[in-house]
Design a protein around this ligand. Sequence first.
Ligand code: 5HY
Length: 242
Amino acid sequence: MRLQVVNPNTTASMTATIAAAARSVAAPGTEIVAVTSPHGPVSIESHYDEAMAVPGLLAALDPAADAHVIACFGDPGLDAAREVARGPVVGIAEAAMRTALYLGRGFSVVTTLARTAGRAEELAQRYGAAHACRRVRACEVPVLGLEDPAARAAILGECRAAVTEDGADVIVLGCAGMADLCAALTAELGVPVLDGVAAATRAAESLVALGVTTSRRSEYAPPPPKPGGFPGERRAQYTDSW
Ligand code: 5HY
């Protein structure tokens, strides 16, 4: 199968981190095609960033892909992507939170800036995981600062506090840019640490293996056509895919 992994921000180095995380867990028959959004913010750390990222994300969706992962922890554009993509679309926050529920009574999210915590809490509510979400912690490192060794120490500190103070059985990493930290953090903390990119990759593979895709019954039916279409849309996406 062909799995498209979309980085909705425009930072190619982060796409490389995301691609490596997806490929590290992908099944032998899965081709990972990682793409960087063609236009939008270099990182997504606010509602404005998220709004500005969605058009580029939608434009990047490849009609030839069997499934898609949206590799940004706010799951931006997830519903819109589900309306226009032929295959199933999985967000990394959704996949990570749902996976955490298999592994323990409670989980904490460790994300970048505190201002994004409300969004993560909202997503936990939406995905039916709020009862298990102990806390959303922020290391107060901007998305593009995650490479800094000091950032990694801050992330580790918040993960430790999540275990000792929140009683988290599982840690969910709240940024696609943290994907490469997962193995080291798991070894250090002694609890499962989940990277949403890996979780979403396997979730998307499972959906394709089940032979299912997004229901077109109502909410996720293709959007009603508009005279003249939308600027930059990929016409092929709007065919009824059933
Ligand atoms: C992400 N932003 O995964 C989110 C993380 C965040 O550019 N990629 C981004 O801080 O919400």
